[in-house]
Design a protein around this ligand. Sequence first.
Ligand code: KG4
Ligand code: ZN
Length: 350
Amino acid sequence: MLILGIETSCDETAAAVVRDGRQLLAGVVVSQVDAHREYGGVVPELASRKHIEAISVVIDQALNRAGIAPTDLEGIGVTRGPGLIGSLLVGIGAAKGMALALGLPICGVNHLHGHLFSVFLERSDIEYPFVGLVVSGGHTNLYVVRGPMEIDLIGKTRDDAAGEAFDKVAKLLGLGYPGGAAIEEHASGADAGGLKFPRALINDEDPAFSFSGLKTAVLRHVEERLGVSARGDIPGSFHSVVNAQTRAAFEPEIRRIARAFQDAVTDVLAVKGVRAARKFGCRQIVVTGGVAANRALRERITQEASGAGVEAAFPSFDLCTDNAAMIAARAETLLAQDCVDGLDFDAKSR
Ligand code: KG4
Ligand code: ZN
């Protein structure tokens, strides 16, 4: 089946054309990150407006690059949620309009299931059941995927998502937004020098995660070490302790903190992900979502997995972060099972 995928759940406007759920013909992603950077996070209202500006152009580009006409399409998949409600509605509106005009079957796709199915765009040797770990800015979810229609959520974070922790620590250290890649860059080649942050729930059999204590531990260390207060006026909030003037003086300590923080997150994800694979008799663990772009995480999980006789699989970087190819890939499996939605289906923000 030739499927158009559409993704607008957060701050990327994306469209892609995928054949048979496995062959990516063209994928276009327009990021709004520059528009949100000055606010230090995604501004929902701004995101919706940016999606409206971009959506038609992005869909046209995807079709053109794939070298197909809209009438060649055989189905449409669009992210139904979770995500920002206003953003989701832009993609869903565009998808429904095309489905109606072209008489195509349409289905709403769970964004997180999309992340899981991105692996099939590059690998033909992934077998059910596998453990799927989705680590993104909004989620840290562990699944056992027993089949296309049997996706069991077995664990998730009790508080902050892993990517959220990266972003908050980056903000604290003055590394900008979004912070994951900046933390990775600062941690790379750095030595934690004996600094060790807590690894919450790492020995707990319950496959749940918790990252808010880690964030607070980093905050306390930063305040003590740099002799500054990072607490904001609103309880629980904090601000960046490093600015352009103090940056150079604190650089070595920032690198050390970034490394120790990244080590803590990657340890927990690796140990708990691989433990779940063994517990549920899975030979493979698929790790995806924006945080899976982190090279140290990839190495740590690969190491932990190989010690347990499990294979770790990671989509390439562009398929780990939000994209529409994964939505089309997931839609293929749904449409193949006749999971077609009526044109009255709604966005599901949570
Ligand atoms: O999956 P994604 O693109 O969007 C969501 O659905 O959230 O993930 C974005 C998250 C952000 O928190 C970002 O800081 C994080 O992924 N991220 C990284 C890296 N690249 C992106 N975290 C750690 N290391 C990276 N290299
Ligand atoms: Zn995502």
